[in-house]
Ligand binder design. Structure first.
Ligand SMILES: [Zn+2]
Length: 424
C-alpha cells in the first residue's frame, strides 16, 4: 500500500527529450518532498490537454533543435506555451545563456545585463522556478512543505598581501598617515591586515556559524586578462594557516584561477581534500562549467550568480544538479547558486554599509523558507578602509542568522542532502 505522499509520473511514449522531462520531475519531487515509486498515485505527463502535467510539444521541439531564444515566453515570464514544467527546465539550467544571439562580456561571462531577466524588465532575478513549482503543485493538490532556509557562507581569497597598498592608498587619501604606516609595518612584519582568516572564523563562531574558504592555487597573473592569487598557497605560512583553519572547523575549496588549467589540475595543485569550487571573478559560462565540473570529480560548485545584482540567477532558491544537455543526462555535481556577494553592493551598486545591510537582510527575510542562501564575503571586506562600513554588514548578517535560527551549512552537508539521495 503506497502512502499518500508517493507519486508515480507516467510519461507518454511519444515525449521528446524524455530524460530532460524526467530530470525536471525529479527536481519537482525534491522541492515538494514527495516520494516517487511505481505504486504511487498516478500522474500523467504528456502533450494531451487531459494530462495531469501538460507539456508543450512546440517548446520541447525547439529545445531539441537547440533553439534557446526567449520569444515563446509571455510578458511576465511565467509560461512557455502553457508548459510550466518546460519553463522550469529552461530557467533552472539558464538555457537562454546558450542562445547564440546573447551577448557576453570580454571574459565570456553571461552578465545580468543582456540576461532574460533584464530583457523582460526585471531589476534582478526572482524565484520564478519556485513559483512555477508552487502553481504546478497547487493544481495537482500536492502541499508544499515549508522548511527553514539555511545559508552557505564563504570567502573567496584573492588578495592577502596587498592590503598595505589598497587599504593604505585609501588611508593616505583620507589623510590617515598613521594608519598607512601601520599597514606598511604589518606587511613588513608578515602580518598584513587581509591575513585575517582566523579572525573571520572566530567572529563566525561567536554567532554559531561556519564557513568555507576558496583558495586560488596559482599566483601568476595573466596579462590583459586579470590577476590570480597575490599569495603562494604552497608557502609554509599558508599551509600552516590552512591547517589551523581546518582544526577550527572551517572548510576549504578551490577558487578556480583564470589559467587554462583544468579544475582537476588545480585541485591537485591545492593538495587538499576538498569537494567544492567557485570560479575566480565568476569567470565561467554555465555550459562550460557543467562540462568542466563533470570532468573534475568535484561534487559541488558555488559559482552561479551575477556580479552586478543579487538574487538567484536561475530563478531557483535551492541547490540543484544541473542537467547536462549536451549528453542528455544529470550532472555528477550539485550547483549552489550564489545569491549575495559583498562586491555587488560595494563596487557595482556603490551602496554604503547601512543600505547594503537593509537590502541583504530584507532579501534573507524574504527567503526565510525553502532556500539555501549562498553568501560570499571576501576577506578584503573585513577591513574598514577600502570597503568602509562593510565589516559591520557581515556582522549584521551573522546576527540576523543567529536570531532567526538559520543554520550555516558546509559543502558536505549540501552534497549529502542534494546530491546523494538523488543518485542512490
Ligand atoms: Zn576571486
Amino acid at each position: 500500500m503506497s502512502s499518500k505522499n508517493t507519486y508515480q509520473f507516467n510519461l507518454d511514449h511519444e515525449l521528446l527529450m524524455k530524460e530532460a522531462v524526467e530530470w525536471t520531475l525529479n527536481v519537482f519531487a525534491q522541492y515538494t518532498k514527495v516520494n516517487t515509486a511505481n505504486d504511487g498515485v498516478e500522474l500523467t505527463v504528456g502533450y494531451a490537454d487531459t494530462s495531469d502535467i501538460k507539456l508543450s510539444k512546440d517548446f520541447w521541439q525547439t529545445i531539441q533543435k537547440k533553439d534557446y531564444s526567449t520569444k515563446r515566453f509571455n510578458s511576465d515570464l511565467t509560461e512557455i506555451d502553457g508548459d510550466k514544467l518546460g519553463a522550469a527546465f529552461f530557467f533552472m539550467n539558464c538555457l537562454w545563456e546558450r542562445d547564440a544571439n546573447r551577448t557576453t562580456d570580454h571574459w565570456g561571462r553571461s552578465e545580468f545585463t543582456g540576461s532574460i531577466w533584464q530583457e523582460f524588465g526585471f531589476k534582478r532575478p526572482f524565484c520564478l522556478v519556485n513559483n512555477l513549482f508552487d502553481e504546478l503543485a497547487h493544481a495537482l493538490g500536492i502541499p508544499i512543505p515549508e522548511e527553514k532556509s539555511s545559508v552557505f557562507l564563504s570567502h573567496d581569497i584573492d588578495a592577502v598581501n596587498s592590503a598595505w597598498l589598497e587599504d593604505g592608498k585609501v588611508a593616505l587619501k583620507k589623510g590617515r598617515l598613521l594608519t598607512f604606516l601601520k599597514e606598511m609595518k604589518n606587511q613588513i612584519t608578515g602580518n598584513p591586515a587581509w591575513f585575517n582568516f582566523k579572525e573571520i572564523v572566530d567572529l563566525e563562531k561567536e554567532y554559531g556559524a561556519r564557513s568555507t574558504f576558496f583558495w586560488i592555487p596559482t599566483d601568476k597573473a595573466i596579462p590583459g586578462v586579470g590577476k590570480n592569487a597575490d599569495y603562494q598557497i604552497k608557502s609554509l605560512k599558508m599551509r600552516t594557516e590552512l591547517e589551523e583553519l581546518s582544526s577550527m572547523g572551517a572548510t576549504h575549496g578551490v577558487h578556480k584561477s583564470i589559467d587554462d588549467s583544468s579544475i582537476k589540475e588545480e585541485v591537485d595543485q591545492l593538495g587538499l581534500d576538498i569537494n567544492a569550487n567557485r570560479y575566480h571573478y565568476l569567470k565561467f559560462s554555465f555550459d562550460d562549467l557543467i562540462t568542466e565540473l563533470n570532468a573534475s570529480g568535484l561534487k559541488m560548485d558555488a559559482s552561479l550568480g551575477y556580479a552586478e545584482v543579487y538574487g538567484f540567477r536561475n530563478g531557483y532558491s535551492l541547490p540543484f544538479i544541473p542537467f547536462d544537455i549536451d549528453n542528455m543526462r544529470s550532472s555528477s555535481f550539485v550547483e549552489v547558486p550564489l545569491a549575495i556577494m559583498d562586491a555587488t553592493f560595494s563596487r557595482y551598486q556603490k551602496m554604503d554599509g547601512q543600505k547594503a545591510t537593509e537590502e541583504i537582510l530584507s532579501f534573507i527575510k524574504e527567503h526565510e523558507k525553502n532556500a539555501v542562501i549562498s553568501v560570499l564575503w571576501h576577506n578584503t571586506h573585513f577591513t574598514d578602509l577600502k570597503y568602509e562600513g562593510y565589516p559591520a554588514v557581515y556582522t549584521h548578517i551573522l546576527q540576523y542568522l543567529q536570531e532567526n535560527e538559520m543554520v550555516s551549512v558546509s559543502p558536505l552537508d549540501i552534497i549529502n542532502k542534494y546530491l546523494r539521495d538523488v543518485h542512490e
